[in-house]
Design a protein around this ligand. Structure first.
Ligand code: HEC
Ligand code: HEC
Length: 83
């Protein structure tokens, strides 16, 4: 048997987790201001291959109604994220 370390030298292993987006307030608020530009159907939230359709905003507005996403005013209220 080949020892595990030889098959997978430590420095060639892929990282198990990584940060896809910076957790800055700007990133959060960019979406909270215009969720219709970003939201996708629920069944695709874990699908990394999902691509937004050409008419993302039409889809987004429909999904916002369907999922009863609250209004942008409350999504951008400071107290929603800061206590
Ligand atoms: C890609 C879009 C997107 C990004 C990025 C995003 N959010 Fe949101 N977030 C939403 C939407 C849409 C809702 C509203 C869901 C609803 O009303 O049902 C929400 C809701 C919330 C809520 C309320 C949850 C609740 O149950 O009351 C908090 C708090 C929140 N977001 C914090 C954050 C923070 C902090 C970040 C950044 C680290 C962030 N969000 C990034 C889309 C996003
Ligand atoms: C959608 C969530 C969300 C909303 C709404 C939000 N913030 Fe933030 N805010 C964050 C996050 C997340 C951080 C942490 C950023 C970091 O660590 O880099 C942050 C950080 C900050 C900071 C620290 C300095 C900085 O820029 O990192 C200040 C000040 C701040 N927010 C003020 C506000 C005020 C004022 C409002 C209302 C106008 C607001 N925030 C609304 C998520 C939010």
């Amino acid at each position: 048997m080949v020892p595990l370390e030889q098959k997978f030298p430590l420095d060639s292993r892929l990282p198990v987790i990584w940060q896809a987006e910076p957790l800055t307030m700007e990133w959060c608020v960019t979406c909270h201001r215009h969720p219709e530009k970003f939201i996708r159907p629920r069944e695709y939230v874990f699908n990394m291959q999902w691509q937004p359709p050409g008419d993302q905003e039409t889809l987004g507005r429909r999904l916002m109604k369907q999922y009863q996403i609250r209004d942008v005013r409350s999504l951008t209220t400071c107290s929603m994220c800061h206590f």
